[in-house]
Write a protein that binds this ligand. Structure first.
Ligand code: SF4
Length: 399
């Protein structure tokens, strides 16, 4: 089922701004003057845009402020809000704005959602976020095209968990949930989201590598999701995987595709074995080519992630040349994505020490821009059928 526009009405705010309210089958969208507000059908704010500032709120209660500073080179202002007071003021402003158009809203269905929005005041949203944190282990990261997915956690953590630049799953022990545990998790997620689930049509199987579960178990997970999630607009399943653990066979992948697996995301990071050694990521990278081939043969799309800046200035050329070589060996097409993720070294990350050991100099933003364009210019895909190339900024992630 696609998202349907159910109705829309013109409004005029008490302070004289013209606007419009759209009720979709999955959300309520409000424009007043230049301000934009998007809510799920339980009244949770998703996007709040006013005073030239965009705030994105996740189910976890986290807010990220985003702003494009320039498109070329791509520069964004990103800020994770730390102050509860600031979050409260943003929610209150949005409610105040909604109050200014309230007298114009006579439609019953729109009124019903608006009432839910008013009920979801700052404190109720805090309680809601608290429930979220009891149902989920932290959702550490998602690919950028999955931020509005329905995330489920059949597999906890990362089975490897040793890459030097990655600290996403250091807080948890790897384990695979059994079917009963997973069913309970999905039911809790469904009950928690309520009507808000309609906004989340892609199912992302977290954490770092759901595909490590046996194929039979994965099939059971997918059946459970279809059984428990009572809406017919599931757009398919998505997951991260790696290329160096036990691979699925072509038949297994075909079975998963038939069950709805649409795309997997693989962190290649680099085509250079030397750079992978610094990243403490198992290679060789041509194993990734082999696995991507299998996915594509099975009709499953891929997102391949490249770590821009890995290996610093010292390995700049090697990283570029070897990555181009490996990516060009992959049978990627316009249904696939190449994600350029700029290396961000966290305080606690072992990469920090390894870069000292290897004597690495970090790339500046400008050098990273150049590295992206050097890699892109070396790719040899047919222009009409080339994979999408997109930025993957881990700082903008919020769920
Ligand atoms: S980069 Fe991927 S494989 Fe490596 S530790 Fe992080 S989640 Fe695990």
């Amino acid at each position: 089922m696609t998202v349907e526009l159910l109705k829309s009405i013109d409004v005029m705010s008490a302070d004289g701004l013209a606007g419009r309210v759209w009720l979709y089958s999955d959300s309520l969208r409000i424009h007043v003057g230049k301000e934009v507000y998007v809510y799920d059908l339980e009244g949770r704010p998703i996007f709040i845009y006013f005073n030239d500032r965009l705030f994105v709120r996740g189910l976890s209660g986290e807010f990220v402020e985003k702003k494009w500073l320039s498109v070329r080179p791509p520069r964004r202002f990103l800020r994770r809000l730390r102050s509860e007071d600031e979050k409260r003021r943003i929610i209150e402003y949005a409610h105040w704005r909604l109050g200014t158009i309230l007298n114009n809203i006579e439609d019953y269905d729109i009124q019903e959602v608006v009432e839910k929005i008013f009920r979801m005041n700052y404190w109720r949203l805090e309680v809601d976020a608290d429930k979220f944190r009891r149902i989920y282990l932290p959702i550490s990261i998602l690919p950028p095209d999955q931020y509005l997915s329905l995330v489920l956690q059949p597999v906890i953590g990362c089975p490897y968990n040793k890459c030097s630049f990655c600290t996403f799953y250091r807080d948890r022990k790897f384990r695979i949930r059994n079917v009963d545990e997973f069913r309970e998790h999905v039911m809790m997620v469904r009950d928690f989201l309520g009507a808000g689930i309609k906004m989340r049509r892609k199912i992302f199987l977290a954490d770092a590598n759901a595909l490590i579960a046996n194929t039979d178990l994965l099939v059971s997970y997918m059946d459970i999701v279809r059984d428990v999630i009572d809406h017919d607009n599931i757009k398919g399943f998505y997951a991260f995987t790696d290329y160096f653990h036990r691979k699925k066979s072509l038949d297994e992948l075909r079975e998963l595709r038939d069950r709805g697996l649409k795309r997997v995301y693989i962190g290649l990071e680099s085509g250079s074995e030397k750079v992978l050694e610094i990243l403490n990521k198992p290679g060789p990278p041509d194993m990734a080519v082999e696995y991507v081939n299998l996915f594509k043969d099975a009709g499953i799309n891929v997102g391949v992630i490249i770590l821009i800046g890995a290996g610093g200035r010292e390995y700049y050329k090697e990283h570029v040349n070897e990555t181009i070589k490996i990516i060009n060996m992959m049978p990627l097409d316009k249904r696939d994505i190449i994600y350029m993720s700029r290396l961000k070294v966290r305080e606690e990350s072992p990469y920090r020490y390894l870069s000292l050991k290897y004597g690495l100099t970090s790339l500046s933003m400008g050098e990273m821009d150049r590295q992206i364009s050097d890699i892109v210019s070396g790719l040899s895909f047919d222009k009409k059928n080339a994979p999408i190339v997109a930025e993957y900024d881990i700082d903008e992630f919020v769920y």
